[in-house]
Design a protein. Structure first.
Length: 238
């Protein structure tokens, strides 16, 4: 009995921490995107259209990455982080427009989730084709990203609230990748101008760091899920 009580207290703390994280994110994002979201609502952009626009932005970034877009002339290279920014922005806009217009639907959530997985996949394929990522490591990252999503979907199917659980949710992944693309272009370009030879170790080091964070997120979600499921099992046995 004492063990179940302690488990309940721990689970309550974890759930509160996750909800606080999500609430803070929503408050910060809400304040930052009020103007564009209100514009989209005013001009009758549906969440579905915004999801497709975000997906097309991801496909465009993947294509540029596949032709070495971060390491070519400036008039092309700047487009990678620029379009990546809008891919992330529209990933936020679709959900926010749906929430503010009360147009959330199961079909829309299903479409958005699948487009997110396709977007993740094409970005990784773009990095592989552009020789920015070894194909074996690319497949590992793709597997980890899919597992992060699958763990959430499977846990929520069992009635567990997984919102805010794990460090590397999709929004965080997009922001970190965007920052990495910016840094890679500047480091590559400036080192080539100053030293005559480009510094090419930043992105491989970043990818290892990125992979580690993905593994950490999987561990966080597995631990949270197992604890929550054990709690449900204990309650069902009462």
């Amino acid at each position: 009995m004492q063990k179940v009580k302690k488990l309940n207290e721990t689970e309550h703390k974890n759930s509160k921490r996750s909800n606080d994280k999500r609430s803070n994110q929503r408050r910060i994002i809400g304040n930052a995107i009020d103007l564009p979201v209100n514009f989209l609502i005013k001009h009758k952009f549906s969440p579905t259209i915004l999801s497709y626009i975000g997906f097309l932005c991801s496909v465009s970034v993947a294509f540029l990455l596949s032709i070495g877009g971060l390491h070519i002339q400036f008039y092309i290279a700047w487009m990678v982080p620029f379009i990546m920014f809008w891919a992330g922005a529209f990933d936020i806009f679709d959900g926010e427009v749906a929430r503010r217009t009360n147009s959330n639907s199961k079909a829309g959530a299903f479409l958005d989730s699948n487009l997110d997985r396709l977007s993740d996949s094409v970005l990784i394929i773009g990095l592989i084709l552009g020789n920015s990522l070894h194909y074996v490591l690319g497949y590992i990252i793709l597997f980890l990203v899919i597992m992060i999503s699958y763990i959430r979907a499977r846990a929520e199917n069992e009635g567990i609230d997984m919102r805010g659980v794990g460090f590397m949710e999709r929004a965080e992944r997009l922001v970190i990748l965007w920052l990495a693309f910016m840094a890679e272009w500047w480091i590559y370009t400036l080192s080539k101008l100053i030293l005559g030879t480009p510094f090419t170790w930043f992105f491989p080091i970043f990818i290892l760091f990125f992979t580690g964070l993905l593994i950490l997120t999987i561990i966080q979600r597995l631990i949270f899920s197992f604890k929550a499921l054990n709690k449900l099992d204990a309650q069902n046995k009462k």
